[in-house]
Design a protein around this ligand. Structure first.
Ligand code: B4P
Length: 197
């Protein structure tokens, strides 16, 4: 008999600038699980000048997605680390239907399953304004106005289709991301409470 491993397993999905990274930290704290951001993993590799970083710098700064095969391998490795065995929150992964398939395989191999997919929604004008503000504050390489707008298109074309997949599985918890950071956190907490998570 196989047993399902204990712990909470969540995803957070939404357009660039919807507040995924910001809210991921708070949700992860609530459950005592690691928040794993593929964007952060890629930026750390770029900053560290690793071979991987050199390969992906051009891709991410143009607002394109890193190839699925590479991203899937990195996430599978990360989810195999000790701190993720008892649950995790994935921020920014999966971002394509192929990545959904790869995550399904990783979960199936350990007998684990997702508990919910938090979908953060926000208007394009609002997310563009937020990312332009972040550009002024921190100067991330992919936060120029052209690239910000292009990343919204990439989201609509490549990532939005995964929402339908998770909706069909009854996993999507949709939260309006247009309020203040605290208001959005409270709305996420209430939505997860409602599902007894
Ligand atoms: P990410 O790091 O995921 O970047 P992002 O989509 O812009 O989201 P982020 O989490 O940083 O921003 P947030 O909305 O929290 O990805 C970067 C790149 O990496 C991608 O373009 C791609 O190239 C690559 N990549 C990542 N994952 C990949 C994958 N799975 N496959 C392939 N490629 C992948 O916040 C944005 C700003 O808004 C912040 O400044 C924040 O302070 C502010 N903010 C948040 N909530 C707010 C609120 N309620 N009110 C006002 N401001 C708010």
């Amino acid at each position: 008999m196989t047993t399902t491993p204990a712990g909470t397993r969540l995803l957070i999905v939404g357009p660039p600038g919807a507040g995924k990274g910001t809210q991921a930290a708070r949700i992860a704290e609530r459950y005592g699980i690691p928040a794993i951001s593929t964007g952060d993993i890629f930026r750390a590799n770029i900053a560290g000048g690793t071979e991987l970083g050199q390969r992906i710098q051009e891709i991410t700064s143009a607002g394109n997605l890193v190839p699925d095969s590479l991203t899937n391998e990195i996430v599978a490795d990360r989810l195999g680390q000790d701190d993720a065995v008892g649950g995790f929150l994935l921020d920014g992964y999966p971002r394509t239907v192929d990545q959904v398939r790869a995550l399904d395989e990783v979960l199936a191999a350990s007998g684990a399953a997702l508990d919910a997919v938090v979908l953060l929604t926000a208007d394009t004008d609002e997310v563009v304004a937020r990312l332009l503000k972040r550009a002024a504050d921190s100067g991330r390489a992919d936060d120029t106005e052209d690239v910000i707008r292009y990343r919204q298109d990439v989201y609509r074309e490549q990532t939005e289709p995964i929402v339908a997949v998770y909706r069909d599985r009854g996993l999507v918890v949709e939260v309006d991301g247009m309020g203040s950071i605290d208001e959005v956190s409270q709305a996420i907490a209430a939505a997860l409470d409602e599902r007894s998570l």
